[in-house]
Design a protein around this ligand. Structure first.
Ligand code: RB5
Length: 152
């Protein structure tokens, strides 16, 4: 997996709420075992919390260039994905299988992989992470479409 992260010096930003906390811990174990650098923007416990508090920390890090990529997790993936996509530099994609993760990179140039922590296994998360960080953006007509997304 080490070779799958060509984005250079920057760490990968991670965030979750309580419902995604265990999956975030699994991802941290994966990254630690492989020497992949990350910044954990929380949450840091299983205690009930509000997903926007952590989504906005990762979103700000992408807006200000601290991170180029991120992974976010809540129970369904919906809430944390909605909050992240309020940030101008974020294109967060809610993915539930490797094909969606592949297309999120190839066509949408997604920079945040959002996972539904309560609905997928660790193996499914692993496969989506590998896919997401392997597949390049195709550019071309897809760039023209992405350019139309921002409202300001
Ligand atoms: C938490 O119970 C749950 O609502 C949250 O993790 C997420 O699924 C919201 O979209």
């Amino acid at each position: 997996m080490e070779a799958l992260f060509p984005q250079g010096e920057k760490s990968i930003g991670l965030c979750s709420d309580h419902a995604g906390f265990d999956m975030k811990k699994y991802i941290i174990t994966l990254f630690d075992e492989r020497g992949i650098r990350y910044t954990d923007f929380g949450t840091y416990t299983n205690e009930s919390c509000d997903y926007p508090d952590f989504a906005h920390k990762l979103g700000a890090a992408i807006d200000n260039g601290e991170c180029d990529f991120g992974i976010s997790i809540c129970g369904t993936g919906n809430g944390i994905n909605m909050a992240l996509n309020k940030h101008q530099a974020v294109r967060a994609a809610l993915c539930w299988n490797p094909y969606v993760a592949k297309m999120a990179r190839a066509h949408n140039n997604a920079n945040v992989l959002t996972l539904p922590g309560r609905m997928i296994s660790e193996q499914e998360a692993y496969e989506m992470i590998v896919t997401f960080f392997t597949i390049p953006f195709e550019g071309g007509r897809h760039q023209a479409r992405i350019d139309k997304i921002p409202l300001r």
